[in-house]
Design a protein around this ligand. Sequence first.
Ligand code: UN1
Length: 497
Amino acid sequence: MTEYKNIINGKEVESISKRRFENRNPANWEEVVGIFPKSTREDVEEAIQAAKKAYQKWRFVPAPKRAEILRKAAEIMIERKEDLARLMTREMGKILKETRGDVQEGIDTGLYAGGEGRRLFGRTTPSELNNKICYTYHQPLGVWGIISPWNFPIAIPSWKIFPALLTGNTVVFKPATDTPASAYELVKILHEAGVPDGVVNIVFGSGREVGEALLEHPDIAGISFTGSSEVGRRIAEVTGKNLKRCSLELGGKNGQIVLEDADLKLALEGVIWGAFGTTGQRCTATSRLILVEAVYDEFLAMVKERASRIIIGNGLREETEMGPLINEAQRNTVHSYVEIGKGEGAELYYGGEIYQEGECSKGWFYKPTIFIGVRPEMRIAREEIFGPVLSVIKVKDLDEAIEVLNNTSYGLSSSIYTRDVNRAFYAIERIEAGITYVNAPTIGAECHLPFGGVKDTGNGHREGGWTAYEIFTETKTVYIDYSGSLQKAQIDTWEEQ
Ligand code: UN1
C-alpha cells in the first residue's frame, strides 16, 4: 500500500493538516489502494501561489514548445498504459477494457494538444479603413482550478489539463476522492515529460474543503468542473458572483430510440453497452430505452436475455463485463432509485438487487436492472441515477419518441437506431442534446470533437476538440494602423485617406 502526498511546486508535500484518507478497491473493500492527504485551505493557498508564480514564465513558453512537452506526456502514457489501466481498475472498479480505453482517451487528448500547439489559430480580418489590419489570437487566463470526477479518472482530467496547459495556463487539480491514485500518476507523468515546477499542482481532499477553497480564491481565473448538477450550480453561483469563468459538464439522462426498421441485433449491442458499460456510471450512459410499439415485445425480450448473461465481477479479470459501483453511497443511491421506481408503479422487469455472489461478496456490486412500464413523468425516467438501471418507455412513433427523449431537464447524449436516413436526419434536428449518435450507443465520444450538453447538462461550453481551447483562453483583438495618421473608425471614410 502506498502513501501519497500532494504535489505542489514540483515537490511532494504532506498536507499541513497531517490528516489522511484511504482509497479502497470497490470490488474488494478490504484492499486499500493508497493513503492520501486530506488537505485544507492552507494547502490550496500554497498550490495557488505556486501556480501563480509559474504562470509568469509558462505563459511565455512558445505554444509549440509547450505542445512538445504535452506530446511527450502522451508518449509516456502509451508506455505505461497497461499499468495505469490496472491501477485504475483497482481504484474505481470498471473493467480493464474500459480502463485501457480511459487511458487511451487521455493519450489521444495529449497527442491532439501536441498538434494544436502549432495551430491555435486566430483570425486576420480586413479593416473598414485603409492601411490598417486587424487580427485576433488566444491568450491564457492564469491559474485554473480543475475539479474532476471518479468515473473517468484519467480521460476527464486530461480533457481539462492538456488544453489548459497548452494555452499557457497553470493548474491546481483536485481529483475526486475515489480516484486519487490515477490522478497522481497523470500529474507525475506531466512532470516527467518536462512540465516545469508549479505549472501543475495536485491537492487531494474533499470538495467541501479543497474544492471550496479553490472556488472562492481571488487568484483563480476559472474553474473547470465535471460532476453533479447540484455542485455545478454552486460553482456557477460563486464564479458568477466573482465574474470568473467556469466550464461545467454535468448530468445526463440519455435516451436510445429504436425504430421498427432498426437492425435489432445492433441496437441490442448498443443498449447493453450504453446502459451497463462502466456499470452505468457515465454521464453519457443510456438510462432510457425508447421503443416504438412495433418492436417493443421482441426487443425487450432480447434485452432481458442479454442482460441476464452479463458477467459481473472484478474488472481485473478479462472475462468480466461489469464491475462494481464506486462506493457504498452510490450503491445505496442506486438501490433507493429501484425502490422509487417500484413505488411509482413501474414494473421491475430484471435485476433490482445487490449482487454478492462468490468473489463479489466484498464489493459494491449491483445487478443490471431493467424497468418497464415507465412513464416519462416518473423520477426514474427523469433523474440521473448513475448506475446500471435502464428505464424502458413504449411509444407509438418517431414523433412521440423524440418528445419523450426531450422530456428531461438534461441534454447530453442521445441515440437513434433506424435504417431510414430521412427519419434519422429528422430526429437529429429535433433531439435536444449536445451529442446525437445514429446507429451507435450514447457512449463513445472521441477526443477531437466537441463534448457537452444542452439544458441542465452544462453552461454551454464544449470540452474536447477545438472548442476546449476556447474555454481556457481569452481572445485578444489587435488593430494595427500603419497609415501614419489618425483614422477614426465609424467617422472617417476610407476615401478621405
Ligand atoms: C463521461 O461520462 O463523463 O463518450 C464522459 C463516452 C466517453 C466519455 C464519457 N468517451 O462515454
